[in-house]
Ligand binder design. Sequence first.
Ligand code: PRP
Length: 173
Amino acid sequence: MLISTEQLEQRVGELGLEISRDYADKDLVMVGVLRGAVIFIADLLRQLEVPCEIDFMAVSSYGSSRDSSGVVRILKDLDDSITGRDVLIVEDIVDSGLTLNYLMRNLQARDPASIEVCSLLTKPERRRVEIPIRYVGFEIPNTFVVGYGLDYGQHYRNLDYVAELPDDTEPSL
Ligand code: PRP
């Protein structure tokens, strides 16, 4: 185990307060990045004390491998316009930064009033492109992690804590 359920609960609560303060007079739309961010955004949303909408994008850059291919595909776009709105992208993890780099450019082109990022986890050692992340849950070392929405071969998303995956784990297990 890397991050316990209690640590997750506490940090998500803190992030919720911080975001609520910062967006008190804004027109907040939280954009969850499927599928990994589902658990995080659901918990974060319930900690907010300001009005907000949620929308989702589905992108894929990893497939079933552990490393980013650098090729980002949009599998599902937003349902609603974000023009003139205050967008907060909610991610489970920023690793190479390639996914977020693509997403930020893509969403910026739609003329939002502002665009910021909230990521539960960040692995600074792995960064290939620098991304400004306004809200970070935890900085973690360069190990493969699963749980609380994060998967390996679509497994382990249901764990209510974040765990390191041993190097020799098969995707089917
Ligand atoms: C993961 C994660 C981020 C991305 C981060 O998504 O949710 O979107 O990788 O990696 P990067 O910073 O190296 O681009 P993944 O493609 O595994 O899909 P998932 O969210 O459906 O699990």
